[in-house]
Design a protein around this ligand. Sequence first.
Ligand SMILES: Cc1cc2nc3c(=O)[nH]c(=O)nc-3n(C[C@H](O)[C@H](O)[C@H](O)COP(=O)(O)OP(=O)(O)OC[C@H]3O[C@@H](n4cnc5c(N)ncnc54)[C@H](O)[C@@H]3O)c2cc1C
Length: 452
Amino acid sequence: MFVEWFIQGESTSIGIGSPVSQQPAKQHTCGRPHCWRLYGFAQAPATMLNVIIVGAGIAGLSAAISLRRAGHCVHLYEKSSMNDEIGAAIHVPPNASRFLTAWGLDPVQWHWVEARHADLVDPFTLQPIAALYKDKSADSVGGLPLWLSHRVDLHNALKWMATRSDGPGAPATIHLDSLVMALNPWKPSITLATGREICGDLVIAADGVHSIAPEAILGRKVVPVDPVNANYCYRFLIPVETLEADPETKFFTEGHWHATVDIHHVIDTFSDFDDRLLKVISKATDVKRWPLLYRHPLPTWSKGRLTLAGDSAHPMLPHQGQGGAQGLEDGLALGIILCGAETPAEIERRLEVYYTTRHRRTSVIQILSNVGADQADLVRDQLRQYMSDDEIPRDYSEARSHNFGFDVVRTTLTAMKDYDPSFRLPDDFFDGPVIGVPGRCKDFVNGGFPSA
Ligand SMILES: Cc1cc2nc3c(=O)[nH]c(=O)nc-3n(C[C@H](O)[C@H](O)[C@H](O)COP(=O)(O)OP(=O)(O)OC[C@H]3O[C@@H](n4cnc5c(N)ncnc54)[C@H](O)[C@@H]3O)c2cc1C
């Protein structure tokens, strides 16, 4: 059992689950150096693009899974050796899990735990502001459980799906210790720290908030907004046994929520919070201060055949718990949109479809994430660029519906159908059904395609 808690400015969020693995699940990698076409496709893809992905984080791996399933040859270049992943829990919301499970990810096998509820509380009084219960609102907004995963488990699951040898499509290849220093949108190519230049048909920069790609695309430096006080979070894990051993903190694991910085700094920073919360915080032993970085939405994501995905396109604060999920959605969308693309001109046109399909969604969530989960009203003016007044969430529940109740598969397929009415995904693009949003869900992948 664990309690994960991060404090961000004036809002708190708590995730509770059990159990979380300490050990990553067994890896299944094949290490194939080259790609071939004959990998279990119901219909052989017309042309296999050579896709280069910079960064093997959540977004890069999601794009790799989707693009291999779309029939392309994928190489990821990752600067790290990927053996030092850290982190605590990450919420995998319904808008992301609906296609991860359809791709064959078994949450139980990868040690995810289902949140029984998510609570938003006033940190000064501990009074509940809003709650989301598994058997009530969660299902009705997303149609799927609220999953929590250890970050290492999520990363390993994605890595396995991208590189597994048994298809569909050709396994992606991950090149570790490969720092990318430069990008050329026109060839397109990447240049490694060793000086080696690698050309492909398409380059996807999924290299996080400090990405070098926005400058290559926009021709100017794009820097994150300076973190002010509220843009730091302090993250720590406290064993439930530690809290339960103290009568003063036992309350934290009871009732409806089971709940590298000097700890005194954290306590001073939040000294006006409810005393019981401060007592809980005092139990933390290994606290890290983490700057929370945000950039304003970008006016474009692509140049030539270079595009962005994940935090490199839209870094956001974690107040909506959606940063990783948006990177996962980007990856899914890239695979669908580039399915069947052949010529350079076609790739560039499809990258425009990608931007049009994704930019509004991610910009809205970027802006919403700058305030508390129930404070959309504070950013109403910025949101009006992207949505009507009626669509702007008025409370926590509407914000959740907006975030979770989005079906990126349906939206992307609809965009591709508009682009090319004969568009079809390979039959084995998904292993199982995509669970749609209740009230809007139908099996629309190919077969029963929505008319809207
Ligand atoms: C406190 C906190 C809580 C959060 N909680 C949630 C949550 O509950 N749910 C959720 O969905 N999201 C959450 N997020 C957001 C989420 O963690 C990020 O949005 C997500 O990790 C971004 O993934 P990414 O793949 O785009 O970038 P990254 O994870 O940053 O991955 C980028 C990869 O690129 C590599 N790289 C970078 N530069 C280069 C280079 N030049 N050459 C080669 N490789 C390079 C890096 O080593 C890294 O592996 C949270 C974030 C924070 C800070």
